[in-house]
Design a protein around this ligand. Sequence first.
Ligand SMILES: [Zn+2]
Length: 394
Amino acid sequence: MAIEYDKKKKYSPEELMEMAYQESLFSIHEHGHKPDPLVGAILATSDGKILATSHRGELRIGEHCEFTLIERKLKSENLKGCHLYVTLETCIDKVRKPPKRGCVTHIYKARLAKVYIGIRDPDIDIENEGAGELIAKGIIVEDFHFDIAEKIRLSLAEFIKYKEAQKLIIQQEREENPIAYLKQAAINTTISQFSKTAVDEFIRNSQATFIYPSKAFNDWALSFELAMRDGEIIMPTKLGLMLFGEHAGDTLSHTIFKVELDYGNGKAEIEDFDGPVATQLPRIMKFIKDKGLKLTIDRSSAKREIVSDFPVEVLREVVANAIIHRDYTITEATNYLYIGPEKIIVRSPGMPMPPLQLMIFGLWICLLLAEIRRLCSFITEWGWPKQGGLVCEI
Ligand SMILES: [Zn+2]
């Protein structure tokens, strides 16, 4: 379903935003447990002729309508100088999981001249930043006037209410101390979302006597604040979800470890390693070994040269260190590893930290036993400061 229009007619901006609003009402919901926004968009020439219309999820569930227009419906068209009418502020790279890009990037790449925005996005990570990034890229932004904006706002009432509540929680979390943050409930998750593989590995390594799932496991998780009780439901804490959650990144997106392999020649591959955090290291190392070790450099002389193997052992220590010592209370950034023909970069948010509360529980020790032993010898050999003290007590 979509709105109807006259291809030859030149519409006014008011008419186009009204039509984008009508189009937004066809949006398809993707989540059952949280409200998704209704979003409609229209791409038009600068004098108001409609090239295409789109609504959220029109061609694929969850697909943003700016992407549908630029990268799918009008992919082969020259869109330079065209105008976009969109009911909700456009999203940005930082809120999308690579290889997906924010709609701002698609708009910029398509060289659109102007974006009319119905309302700003109430999401704390997008609000005003979407418009700000467009402006920074030289694209004209025009917010729509009150009456149509109010109509859009009404149609998004449930979504806005949800985002406002989320905003309050996030603001509060950012003010509280790290321990409190990790002990908070991971809202909308259950203990059944723990990865059986990760828990079984932990049980094996720690020689615990319980099995998972079981009441004994739940009791243990409750006693170590990896879970909390909400009436009859046992819900993971953020710490619990981070350690064992099969898809911890869905709720705690900052726990994803991003790895970028740059093969030179403009070819790159980006892979996201989701939870559980405790099993990220072996998965990342396998990926690097499978994909990364045979990088080639295309020299300007056109001679292809195979780069010799990386210092894998050192790399493993650095990645392990990034996982163990990062500050997991910083929710705006993820761990990141870049491997290119010329250099290797590892970014870990925050100042180097003692391995958080994880060490108190001895969980890290059990889960990453083999890896940490290696890390200890590395720390000792290199005379690293005391920050790894607890780790070295194994
Ligand atoms: Zn978007």
